[in-house]
Design a protein around this ligand. Structure first.
Ligand SMILES: NC(=O)c1ccc[n+]([C@@H]2O[C@H](COP(=O)([O-])OP(=O)(O)OC[C@H]3O[C@@H](n4cnc5c(N)ncnc54)[C@H](OP(=O)(O)O)[C@@H]3O)[C@@H](O)[C@H]2O)c1
Length: 386
């Protein structure tokens, strides 16, 4: 991009961007474009050659705008360092939650807030699938096929449905919110492939809705960043985010919570976010984010849980299970039991406990002779803000 003195719609005093050249696999020369540009927009995706081009552009003193979450979440240290050393801007609003301005809000508007926690629905494909499963009762496979027909899922949806795409975005948000060098490899993630229509139907009875939630939170002196399916009560701001929309909730003592939502992908939406970054780069910059604090990851975190299991329908079974839960310090908040001939389906919500203790309890319960299918555990987020 080069710039000229502009006319509307660019504010008075700002310059108007002009295209210096386009590089694809079959046309254009990176060196020519670099020579004639003040700013480079990288929309290739993946690691190489995007990494090489972005680093060369910044080291040559060019600002960079990118939508590349893979690159930022895996090579962020190197990229921010290069931007810092060359005193250029690295902008990436479209890399997380599409046109929803969460990056800018964390970097600028909430720079003075001591962020405690971020929850995000940052993958539109999985949110669409879960919304359709809950709305129609269709299976995961049917909802995925529908998402592919409507263009909300790619032909190979693996990184969306297994949680990896959301994990990359949460690594970027965690770095911004907490100023620590979080990379994709630090984020534990789990997808939605194992979710059944039953889970959604029972959850509805318990007043819960299911989302694929990314979480980044301070725990004591450490940080936990993770992505997994989680149930939400209706009062949580993310509970009503439906279809392919994205949303991010930022929590801090000073601000209670701020939620931003909107389209998380799509051509015009992503292009709008990219162009916004280009225009912002022409304005004198906010300080370049350089991470200074060491990273202290917390592996074992507390959560409430939903448990779903098939058991023999005979007296004393619930008591046996409750006893094993009790040994691990788990207490039951609500239970739904449904008879299925000589078996029963037991669905319960537990009060918060450490994940390690819940998984230990599940192993003990799974080994009981009266348990026909081992418990399936899904986290429940308990906060409601209304
Ligand atoms: N699509 C969205 O809704 C969306 C939303 C948010 C973020 N993003 C991010 O935006 C980036 C691009 O996504 P996309 O969906 O637009 O991908 P895409 O449709 O595959 O487009 C990629 C472009 O990069 C070019 N390219 C690929 N390899 C290249 C190489 N080695 N040298 C030069 N050019 C190369 C391709 O050229 P050819 O035309 O010659 O193949 C194509 O024009 C990714 O980082 C993605 O994560 C996309």
């Amino acid at each position: 991009m080069t710039t000229n003195n502009g006319t509307a719609p660019y504010p008075v005093g700002l310059r108007r961007p002009e295209l210096a050249g386009v590089l694809t696999r079959s046309r254009g020369s990176f060196e020519d474009i670099l020579e004639r540009s003040e700013l480079i927009v990288e929309l290739i995706g993946g690691i190489e050659p995007a990494r090489d081009y972005v680093l060369r552009a910044m080291r040559a003193g060019r600002h960079v705008v990118t939508a590349n979450k893979q690159l930022l979440s895996q090579c962020g240290d190197e990229l921010w360092q290069a931007a810092h050393e060359a005193n250029v801007q690295l902008r990436f609003e479209a890399a997380v939650a599409g046109v929803v301005p969460v990056v800018r809000v964390l970097q600028e508007s909430l720079a003075g807030a001591h962020v405690e926690r971020i929850h995000g629905i940052v993958n539109g494909t999985t949110n669409f699938i879960l919304t359709e499963m809950a709305r129609t009762g269709m299976s995961y496979q049917e909802a995925l096929a529908q998402a592919q027909r409507l263009g909300y899922a790619e032909a190979d949806p693996s990184d969306d449905v297994n949680g990896k795409d959301a994990a990359a975005k949460m690594a970027i948000l965690a770095r911004l919110a907490f100023g620590v060098p979080v990379r994709l490899e630090h984020v534990r993630y789990e997808g939605i492939e194992h979710i059944t229509p039953d889970d959604l139907a029972y959850a509805r009875e318990l007043g819960l809705g299911l989302k694929l939630i990314g979480t980044a939170e301070r725990i004591d002196d450490g940080l936990s960043v993770r992505v997994h399916p989680a149930f939400l009560y209706a009062g949580h701001p993310l509970a009503s985010v439906a279809g392919p929309f994205n949303a991010v909730t930022v929590e801090s003592g000073a601000i209670t919570e701020v939620t931003m939502s909107g389209p998380g992908a799509g051509g015009p939406q992503t292009a709008t976010a990219v162009l916004g970054d280009v225009i912002s780069a022409m304005i004198p910059p906010p300080s370049v984010a350089v991470t200074v604090e060491p990273l202290n990851l917390v592996e074992d975190v507390e959560s409430a849980f939903y448990l779903h299991m098939e058991v023999v329908d005979r007296p004393g079974v619930l008591a046996q299970i409750a006893q094993l839960l009790g040994i691990q310090g788990a207490s039951i908040k609500s239970v739904v039991q449904r008879g299925l001939g000589d078996q029963a389906r037991l669905v319960m919500v537990l009060h918060p406990l450490l994940e390690s203790r819940l998984f230990a309890a599940c192993e003990l319960i799974g080994a009981l002779e009266v348990v026909r299918s081992p418990p399936r555990a899904i986290r429940v987020i308990e906060e409601e803000f209304v």
